[in-house]
Structures are given as structure tokens and as C-alpha cells.
Design a protein around this ligand. Structure first.
Ligand SMILES: [Zn+2]
Ligand SMILES: [Zn+2]
Ligand SMILES: [Zn+2]
Ligand SMILES: [Zn+2]
Length: 229
């Protein structure tokens, strides 16, 4: 898409800023993460340990967008689908599916448990919307045995920061993009708050907010691109 440098994101445990692949390595050894894991273990000492999967999630079309999740092995693909919809994808309730072996690979039922489908190195393809498709790759990069860090199925360990965008009029950081310029001219144009308000719009409504999701600019997506918990 562009030649700017890779997006970074903060480690959710120690706050260090790193790239996606930097975090893949870092999260294995982060001291603060190890402390959190030990604290969870001592709080739930009477519970049987479970398998917890480190999932690296990325948008297939843009390497700017990625997540590092820790997910309970006993949770299901449905739980993962709900999470991806909430943080990145949901616009108008389109169909979705997981498959193994790429786009045209075998579909895997949503009821399947994480520990039944992932080994370290397994990569699944998630498709949301079979018209204007968002394609997400989910790869298991590590697994540990122990206590979860959250009562929810998924714990967000890191995500990319919002990719930088610049106002077409003034070079300030952009907050909005224009659907009309995209649909009529095929141009991806972004604006600051002030210039978004001044930019003329005739047929496609107001400029839309930029949010931290790979689905920006697709179908009617307008966020909020926030994790569900
Ligand atoms: Zn860290
Ligand atoms: Zn839609
Ligand atoms: Zn501006
Ligand atoms: Zn425009």
C-alpha cells in the first residue's frame, strides 16, 4: 500500500513498542508477562491448568493491522469470530467462516474448540463477508499450560497502533476519510477534523472517522474497532 515503516504496538504487559514480529518473540520472554502468569497461577492454585494459545492475527491485505491474543484452548472458534467482529469487522452482520489451507480450504465448524484445531504453526483463514471480503489470518505461534489471565475466552496482549494518515489539505494528522472521493474517483483521501468539515460532499454523506481496523473503507464499516472486553 505504501512505503512507510511497519506499524508498531505496545506490549500489553510492559508497554514496550514493537513491530508485530518483534512482539511475537518478546511476548515469550517479557518479564512483566511472566509475572502476570505467575500471579494468575497462584490465585487459582486449586484449578486444573488449561492450554492457552498465543494467536497472531493479521489482516491479509494490509500488514499494518495485527493482534496478539491469548486464547483458552477450551473456547471455540465462535468465540474468536465474535472477537474479530467486535474489534475489527462487524458492519452489517455478514456471514463468516474459518478454513484451513487458505481461502478455498476446508471449512471448520464454529463449534470446534481452539485446542482441537490449533497446533503451534497452524494457520487458519477467517473470511468475513463473501461480497466485500475481509480476510484475516490467524496463526498459533506458541502454547502454554497454566491459568488464564482473564475470565473471558480471549486476552488482548497487543495490537497495532492506528496507522499514520495525513490530511490532504494541511499535512496535519488525519481523522476522517471521504467515501465520495473513494467511490467517485477511486481515491483514498484523508482529512483532519477541520478540512473534513470543509470538504464538499454531494452523494455519499459526510466524511467517515478513521478507526483502527482493516475494514475501514469497506462496505458501511464505521467502527468502533474496540475490543469487546
Ligand atoms: Zn512486554
Ligand atoms: Zn457490511
Ligand atoms: Zn487539514
Ligand atoms: Zn471527497
Amino acid at each position: 500500500m505504501s512505503n512507510r515503516k511497519q506499524t508498531q504496538g505496545a506490549c500489553g504487559f510492559c508497554g514496550r513498542m514493537m513491530t508485530k514480529s518483534g512482539l511475537s518473540k518478546h511476548l515469550k520472554t517479557c518479564v512483566k508477562r511472566q509475572e502476570a502468569i505467575q500471579a494468575a497461577a497462584s490465585q487459582a492454585a486449586s484449578q486444573p491448568p488449561i492450554r492457552l494459545y498465543h494467536l497472531q492475527v493479521q489482516d491479509r491485505a494490509s500488514s499494518d493491522f495485527w493482534l496478539h491474543l491469548e486464547m483458552k484452548g477450551t473456547a471455540t472458534l465462535k468465540d474468536l469470530d465474535r472477537y474479530l467482529r467486535a474489534i475489527w469487522l462487524e458492519c452489517c452482520g455478514h456471514l463468516s467462516q474459518f478454513s484451513v489451507g487458505g481461502w478455498s480450504g476446508d471449512q471448520i465448524p464454529m463449534s470446534r474448540k481452539i485446542e482441537q484445531v490449533f497446533l503451534v504453526g497452524t494457520e487458519l483463514t477467517h473470511i468475513y463477508d463473501f461480497g466485500t471480503s475481509s480476510i484475516t489470518l490467524v496463526k498459533a505461534v506458541d502454547v502454554r499450560q497454566g491459568q488464564p489471565l482473564s475470565r473471558h475466552p480471549i486476552y488482548l496482549m497487543a495490537r497495532n497502533q492506528m496507522p499514520e494518515a495525513i490530511c490532504a489539505e494541511c499535512d496535519q494528522p488525519a481523522t476522517h476519510w471521504c467515501p465520495e472521493c473513494l467511490i467517485e474517483e477511486g481515491q483514498w483521501v484523508t482529512f483532519c477534523e477541520t478540512h473534513a468539515a470543509e470538504h464538499p460532499h454531494e452523494d455519499y454523506g459526510e466524511a467517515m472517522p478513521l478507526v483502527n481496523s482493516p475494514r475501514v473503507g469497506m462496505c458501511g464499516y464505521d467502527g468502533p474497532a474496540k475490543p469487546p472486553y
